[in-house]
Write a protein that binds this ligand. Sequence first.
Ligand code: COA
Length: 387
Amino acid sequence: MRGELPAGTKLDVVRHRELMALLDDIRAHPAHYPVLPIDAPRAALHAANPDADPDDPSLLLVRVDGQCRAYLGLTPQFIAHGNGNGKDKVFAFSTLLVDAPLRGAGIADRLLEGARAFGPLLTIGNSNAAQGFFRKRGLLRLPPYRVVYLPIGAGHGWSRLRGGLLRRLNRRGLPRLSVFAGDLFDRLRPLAILSRPRHLRRLREHLPVEAERNAQACDRVPDACESLLDRLAGRVVWRVATINWLLDCGAAGRVEGQALPGQYHFRFDGTPRSYHACLLREAGVVRGLAVYLCHRIHGQWTVSILKAFLPDESWRGLVVAHALDLAAGHGGDVIRGGDDFEALFTALRDGRPAPVRLRQAYADAPAEWPGFDDYQESFADGDIALY
Ligand SMILES: CC(C)(COP(=O)(O)OP(=O)(O)OC[C@H]1O[C@@H](n2cnc3c(N)ncnc32)[C@H](O)[C@@H]1OP(=O)(O)O)[C@@H](O)C(=O)NCCC(=O)NCCS
């Protein structure tokens, strides 16, 4: 049965311009934050989001008797109208948590109500619990989209083994043992991935890449690429500034551990993550652009193809070739991309179907909203966002 909101419950909106001040408050009054809404690297990264205005909401906090017990993170981003004219700001959920002892009392409702006051909402990569909540509150269920995986060598099996064991130990309430086992697995990992260079070479040989084309890594995307992004854009608006923000985040995000450890409830394990971009050239002329994230997700070292701006599908081989280079340089058990990479991944697996995971997104938007039928994974996805 639905409980009552505890007495002394208060909703606080932390605006974009107040993010760093919140961090100071967390440092000054740790006892007020039994649930930690954000850590230092993440706050710095979100504070630099070029799509955020100073008054945009960044975090909604529920405090009970002055103590933070729940939070909802919002990442502003732009979505283009279907007809290509104009764009709307939406607030993508980057995180949502209600402290376990207070669940079932209407606190998530309070957070959602607070978020709805700001405009259209988008949620993605949700837990089962969150999905149940969103459905109950009538959020629009978007067509799920497929994330497709290309395993690249023995490290893949090793990571799966590691992930499975750690999950089992954690479920049995043995977190200390799981930390020890995780560390041991990481130390022995080089043995498991000895065979990777051979796999990478083999995959590369089978990639369709035209001789006059090449992918050139870049630390910053030149302003001149803005028109290319406009021309090849999908539903989520990526500007040069957006991509450069992610690239800067990649540099800033390489942190050792967490600045404020302890109270996180999700997978914020502080492992290094980095964003990368490459310019795709043909006979020296830039024709496209791809953005990647190297990170550990579900226990696997993953190179995610976040976004590929391509003149046509014949460029996909080159995008994957660059992902393989990143995998070789940054460690990688698996490459993942949207379902437009499925046929290529399957071909590279000699016809065996590439593993697929369905991702469910929800939206809360006015009836005249242009629709999300071609919505694609974005940088605000809770799983891949900035932590
Ligand atoms: C999901 C979560 C935020 C819900 O918070 P909560 O404060 O317990 O939710 P509320 O009490 O405000 O419930 C609001 C409504 O959603 C429903 N609801 C809540 N959790 C639900 C669940 N797991 N499945 C189905 N419905 C759910 C409630 O029944 C209630 O509806 P009702 O009043 O019509 O019965 C909370 O369970 C949580 O933090 N879970 C762990 C973290 C997590 O999964 N976060 C999401 C990451 S994407």
